[in-house]
Design a protein around this ligand. Structure first.
Ligand code: 9UX
Length: 72
């Protein structure tokens, strides 16, 4: 079973920021794919809910140095 999570991510100002967030998410066990859109400030994450929780995904983004919007 795969789930999709959409997160608002703020604080990204260049393409390297996008890469950092994508890499942080993809490095989490249970994440199948992650893509980040700089213009919309949104991350889309495909993940296995049996392996990782939305809270852990948010934490991974925060640990990479960016802010996650709780509204997402
Ligand atoms: Mo670009 Mo983002 O130089 O923290 S990597 S601004």
């Amino acid at each position: 079973v795969t789930s999709t999570l959409e997160l608002g991510v703020t604080g990204m100002t260049c393409a390297n920021c996008v890469n950092r967030v994508e890499r942080a998410l993809k490095n989490v066990d249970g994440v199948l794919d992650a893509s980040v859109n700089l213009a919309t400030e949104r991350a889309t994450v495909q993940y296995l809910p049996s392996a990782v929780s939305p809270g852990q995904l948010k934490a991974a983004v925060r640990e990479s140095g960016y802010d996650v919007l709780e509204t997402a």
